[in-house]
Design a protein. Structure first.
Lengths: 267, 284
């Protein structure tokens, strides 16, 4: 990995792990050379802005893991060129507030992007995710999964936009928030802004407590309500780790999420 | 010699059980004793309380016990939440098992095994047992990693209930139409598994089934016929054979009972056919 004079981070390896530990604002610009898988561990930062692009025929995956103890604001903007693929993931189970603003523009034909978030919400989390299909035959997926605990407040604004002229494009999104008890504040705004006819678009959304029939079924095998909720929560959040290709890191993130869910659910 | 009721055996005793669903009384005074190791079959026309009885024993919150008692292994299980009934040894193989996205069969079963053990089951021991059980039930090897019942066919769901039964080793299993949705070969596989578990654990059984073929394979020693929320006649294997051959009419006549009619679903119009409407407009 190199840093150029104009402060661009050249991603020239298959797998790169970055640690962010800063008390200031930080602006990063990524420049992938080949296909690559990047893991960004955010330990502390006040404001983080990330930019980058996926070049033609490249496959780039970036996973941001928020481990900050203080509130953080993360903004990202990526462009995907012809036949390129961007996989962007945000995961967190920390106790501090977070604001994430992620925009991906599918600039050229056959570009693809998947933006996923997974959050165990015990503070205030605010996500604004936008994927714009600007060219023909492009494909966008937004997947948001959250488990909201007692003190949690969650807002997800997910926008899929297909511009005029982006024929045969696809924009799909799913946002699901599982809450433990009544009274938690969860707002999900799924938006599809479609300005072309021969396209496919869909959104699915659910907010609520664990289904009572499912609870009864699981309890009939001996699990109490907390244990059922814990298993279902893990099912919501652990798949985010699949984005990381490095097995050791994948296990680390799974374990962190699992331990945190266990700790908070079995309290 | 078989021990009698009241010895140190795990027995189920139901007395004068009344159960309602949404203020409608379904069970109107059921008495039943199931001793350890015994197999009982519940028969009766649809909508007369068989599934309700099993659900009430398991503790389904939709079913409200308004009168009577259920004692299992000397404990009043009506005071116990569903999970504690399970840990006490009860198991209900459901007619419509739930699909649970995101929870794999292996995570679910391992958690369910651990709650009934002092020391958690080791990963090695669990995998060994799960593989053996999957093999016994002739299910696909990827079962452990699939989400709980999600995308399973009707038959796979039923077999997966038996996978859970074999892994959790209850002392009393209730199987609610576990044979429905199974083809002839699968019925044999499931029945063989149930018989093997019974033999190994001296497990008691309460089966709800309409298929004589399944009952022939399980060979329950006791038969009860439930009509309009009450057990109107009990007997041995000859009773289910007679019901299979002659139906229930002779029971209605002999015992002066009338079955509760199954609720008919009314037809709902989803609107008019636009073609038909346009033809009407043309006077055709």
């Amino acid at each position: 990995m190199k840093i150029t004079e104009d402060r661009k981070i050249v991603l020239d390896q298959d797998f790169i792990k970055l640690e962010i530990d800063s008390s200031d604002k930080l602006e990063l610009e990524f420049e992938p050379v080949n296909d690559c898988n990047v893991f960004i561990n955010i330990n502390s930062v006040n404001e983080l802005t990330v930019k980058g692009e996926t070049k033609a025929d490249q496959r780039v995956s970036l996973f941001f893991w928020n481990g900050c103890n203080e509130p953080v604001c993360i903004s990202s903007f990526f462009e995907v060129k012809e036949n390129g693929e961007l996989i962007l993931g945000f995961g967190e189970c920390n106790g501090a507030d977070t604001f994430i603003d992620a925009t991906v523009e599918l600039k050229e034909k056959k570009a693809k992007a998947t933006v996923s978030t997974a959050s165990l919400v015990n503070s205030e989390k605010d996500y604004r995710i936008r994927v714009i299909n600007s060219a023909v035959n492009t494909e966008a997926q937004i997947k948001n999964y959250a488990v909201v605990l007692n003190k949690g407040r969650l807002t997800i604004d997910a926008v899929g936009k297909i511009v005029n002229g982006a024929h045969k494009s696809r924009s799909h999104q799913v946002s699901r928030a599982l809450s433990f008890e009544e009274g938690q504040k969860v707002t999900i705004l799924p938006e599809l802004l479609i300005d072309e006819n021969d396209v496919q678009a869909s959104h699915a959304m659910s907010i609520g407590r664990v289904d009572e029939n499912q609870l009864y079924y699981m309890m009939s095998r001996g699990l109490n309500i907390r244990e059922c909720t814990m298993l279902i929560s893990m099912g919501y959040l652990l798949p985010i780790a699949d984005i990381i290709e490095d097995k050791e890191l994948q296990d680390t993130i799974r374990n962190q999420l699992e331990n945190r869910i266990r700790e908070l659910c079995l309290m | 010699m078989k021990k009698g009721y009241g010895d140190d055996m795990k027995n189920l005793e139901i007395k004068d059980l009344h159960v309602s669903v949404e203020d409608k009384e379904i069970l109107k005074g059921v008495d039943l004793i199931v001793n350890e190791g015994e197999a009982h079959v519940l028969m009766g026309p649809n909508g007369n309380g068989k599934s309700t009885l099993l659900a009430a024993i398991m503790g389904d919150p939709r079913y409200k016990v308004t009168q009577g008692s259920i004692i299992y292994d000397g404990k009043n299980i009506l005071e116990m939440p569903v999970n504690e009934r399970s840990i006490a040894g009860l198991f209900l193989g459901m007619q419509y098992p739930q699909e649970i996205n995101g929870v794999t069969n292996s995570d679910f079963l391992r958690a369910a095994m651990n709650v009934r053990r002092e020391k958690p089951v080791s990963l090695f021991e669990f995998i060994k047992e799960m593989e053996k059980t999957i093999n016994d039930l002739q299910m696909s090897e990827d079962l452990a990693h699939r989400f709980l019942n999600e995308g399973f066919s009707g038959g796979e769901k039923k077999r997966n209930e038996i996978v859970q039964l074999e892994m959790l080793k209850p002392s009393l299993a209730m199987l609610d139409e576990i044979d429905s949705g199974l083809d002839v070969d699968a019925i044999k596989i499931v029945a063989d598994a149930i018989n093997r578990i019974r033999k190994e654990n001296n497990m008691a059984l309460i089966i709800v089934s309409h298929y004589e073929r399944f009952l022939e394979l399980i060979k329950p020693e006791f038969t009860h016929v439930l009509v309009d929320g009450r057990i109107v006649v009990s007997g041995g294997p000859d009773l289910y054979e007679k019901v299979d051959q002659e139906g229930y009419d002779w029971i209605y006549e002999k015992y002066g009972v009338k079955p509760e009619a199954e609720e008919k679903k009314e037809r709902i119009s989803i609107g008019s056919c636009s073609v038909k409407e346009s033809l009407k407009g043309l006077g055709l």
